[in-house]
Design a binder for this molecule. Structure first.
Ligand SMILES: *Cc1c(COP(=O)(O)O)cnc(C)c1O
Length: 377
């Protein structure tokens, strides 16, 4: 049996390699590598796909989040509520603009922010909420927007893992004030390098995002703010336009794989499988189960052993994320202690993401599940 990686891009390249290579060569031959038609075209296509009036391409998902905060003038003295159970960049950008991240606990069923706990964390300094649609699963945006409206807060959606997912039929990234996307190669829509974008229906915000991503210039050599250099490369834009045409098919394949995992894993004691949320459609960037501790293997003990054994028996898996952000060394000065956000802490000890990519075959899935069952006894 061949090793089954947690993620594999080679199969996808076999499928679209010719088209991608031709587009890349055309850009290389054009001599126009920064900006130009391919970037503008992709921005238009992506805005149309998400259902917003604007899309502003940039260098990464992290930059999209950073620019979003800056475009809303969030900085020193401000607080931003977000999840402690996410990739570091979601909170890192809050710190990077000089504001303070405020973490509230998550819901064990969805791994997303627990909507019952947000209001208690709102203070006069709170300016925004950054919900993360983790693993591709949407948060209840109706409730979240209601909370935000009643407290006059901005909502920046971290859609890095949820490109194409919907809440009540509407694409994520078009419901909050700004949607932030990553085109890191392992995301649902991945470039062949770094890339990101921010989407919005607010023309003034879009103009500000464009100004900030280009050194604070609206007009060349007239700077009105300290911006950054955060561009989406012409090469990446051309490749993303090709891949965007396949995205819905790939997301449908991920859904079928998730359904099959769910069926195959259903009566498996000690394992909790992810459940879709009513009203939302996930795009399954990850298929993440929980391995529950038992009497002899406490904390993360059983999960860690299972992961190690899977690896030895030819099945790759990942732990997203082993440490909740409120307990990261860099945030020691925020004053959180172990036990403050118990659900996030527990999930960090139990989660295990199984192989998930559109080309994963039914046979490979059977091997994953068979091996997992072996490791659990
Ligand atoms: C990947 C990711 C980011 C950052 O995106 P980059 O393009 O890698 O900078 C932010 N938030 C979440 C939840 C992510 O998964």
């Amino acid at each position: 049996m061949n090793f089954i990686p947690p993620f594999d891009l080679n199969e996808q390249f076999k499928l679209i390699g010719e088209e991608v290579s031709a587009a890349a060569l055309a850009i290389l031959a054009s001599g126009r590598y920064i900006g130009g038609a391919s970037v503008e075209q992709f921005e238009q296509q992506f805005a149309q796909y998400i259902g917003t009036s604007s899309c502003v391409g940039c260098n990464s998902g992290t930059d999209a989040l950073f620019l979003a905060l800056r475009s809303l003038d969030i900085g020193a003295g401000d607080e931003v509520i977000t999840s402690p159970f996410t990739f570091i960049s979601t909170a890192g950008v809050i710190s990077a603009v000089g504001a303070k991240p405020v973490f509230t606990d998550i819901d064990a069923q969805t791994f997303n922010l627990d909507l019952d706990q947000i209001e208690a964390a709102i203070t006069p300094r709170t300016k925004a909420i950054i919900p993360v649609h983790l693993f591709g699963q949407p948060i209840d945006m109706t409730r979240l927007m209601a909370i935000a409206h009643s407290h006059n807060l901005w909502v920046i959606e971290d859609c890095a893992q949820s490109t194409g997912a919907t809440w009540q039929g509407t694409k994520l990234g078009s419901i909050g004030h700004i949607g932030c996307f990553s085109f890191y190669p392992t995301k649902n829509l991945g470039a062949c390098g770094d890339g990101g974008a921010a989407t919005t229906n607010d023309a003034a915000i879009a103009a500000k995002l464009r100004m900030l991503r280009d050194h604070g210039q609206r007009q060349r050599y007239t700077c009105e703010a300290i911006g950054v250099n955060s561009r989406l490369d012409a090469l990446q834009a051309a490749i993303l336009s090709i891949k965007l045409r396949h995205l819905d098919d790939w997301n449908a394949q991920r859904q079928a794989i998730a359904d099959r995992y769910c069926q195959m894993l259903q009566p498996l004691p000690g394992v909790v499988t992810p459940q879709a949320i009513t009203g939302g459609v996930s795009v399954w960037n990850q298929y993440t189960i929980r391995v529950l501790p038992n009497a002899s293997e406490q904390g993360s003990g059983l999960r860690d052993r299972v992961r190690q054994q899977l690896q030895q028996q030819g099945v790759g898996s990942m732990v997203y994320y082993p440490y909740p952000l409120h307990l990261q060394p860099v945030y020691a000065d925020l004053g959180y202690a172990s036990g403050d956000l118990p659900v996030s802490e527990q999930m960090a000890q139990q989660v295990l993401s199984l192989p998930m990519f559109p080309e994963l075959s039914a046979m490979q899935q059977e091997q994953v599940v068979h091996t997992l069952k072996d490791c659990l006894v």
